[in-house]
Design a protein around this ligand. Structure first.
Ligand code: ZN
Length: 70
């Protein structure tokens, strides 16, 4: 009986077995991942992970920028 080394963990939220191939690993689903994130946020933990702020393009202050505003 060959033993496959498949990394399997239990979802920290619902304790369901999760394989490392799961895109939401170590969580079983996006839902559980979101729940965990919420736990961290409400727990007041300080997370020093890099923040992805690529969604907001860096705007350079231009003269037109301030003139356009009311
Ligand atoms: Zn889960």
């Amino acid at each position: 009986m060959p033993r496959k080394r498949v990394l399997k963990l239990r979802c920290p939220i619902c304790k369901k077995a999760v394989r490392s191939s799961n895109p939401e690993f170590p969580f079983c689903s996006e839902r559980c991942r979101t729940i965990d994130l919420g736990k961290w946020a409400s727990g007041g933990y300080v997370i020093s992970s890099p923040v992805k702020d690529a969604e907001e393009p860096i705007r350079e202050a231009t003269p037109e920028d301030s003139e356009g505003e009311p």
